[in-house]
Write a protein that binds this ligand. Structure first.
Ligand SMILES: O=c1ccn([C@H]2C[C@H](O)[C@@H](COP(=O)(O)OP(=O)(O)OP(=O)(O)O)O2)c(=O)[nH]1
Ligand SMILES: [Mg+2]
Length: 152
């Protein structure tokens, strides 16, 4: 399969950690690892959120974005997910990729160095210019939404 090559820089606190990894050939997301100190795991109490460093910077090509998405296993087992899901990494962002994790579970959750905490999906997006108009093209749906088509 053709892969898009994306420049990545490892920050010193990610020394020795695996790079974002596709765990299977066709995984859409590359798992992001927590670049927290080995001797200072981060404790996420129930109901709290924290910004977790991944120790990598990336340079996405123009027209691409990075989506920071939850891992379903963490959500299912511990109630831990990405608060701003999906987080957006802009193509012009050169800071460290960070993950805003929230613990919806009943117990505190401990994040160890190297733990795979979220996944990064790279996607193309349209570049848009808004064109203001007095009226819009009509559709069958019209303004219906929020359950307007019923339950079944
Ligand atoms: O989960 C996330 C979300 C964002 N970012 C970084 C990359 C992104 O390009 C930048 C800005 O994100 P966003 O646009 O979501 O935040 P904002 O609150 O609108 O901040 P800004 O005013 O900097 O755009 O922060 C992350 O590292 N992780
Ligand atoms: Mg923004």
């Amino acid at each position: 399969m053709d892969r898009l090559t994306i420049a990545l820089r490892r920050l010193p606190h990610a020394d020795g950690l695996d790079l974002p990894s596709h765990e299977t050939d066709l995984s859409a997301g590359a798992d992001l690892r927590a670049a927290v100190p080995e001797d200072e795991p981060v404790v996420l109490p129930s109901g709290k959120w924290k910004l977790i460093p991944t120790g990598v910077q990336i340079a996405l090509p123009a027209g691409y974005e990075g989506q920071v998405r939850p891992r379903s296993g963490l959500a299912y087992r511990h109630g831990v997910t990405v608060l701003n899901s999906p987080g957006t990494i802009d193509a012009d962002y050169r800071g460290e990729v960070k993950v805003l994790l929230i613990n919806h579970g009943p117990d505190a959750f401990t994040i160890e160095r190297g733990e795979r905490i979220a996944q990064l999906v790279v996607a193309q997006h349209a570049s848009v210019e808004w064109m203001e108009q007095d009226s819009l093209e009509e559709t069958v749906r019209g303004a219906g939404g929020f359950g307007s088509t019923g339950k079944k």
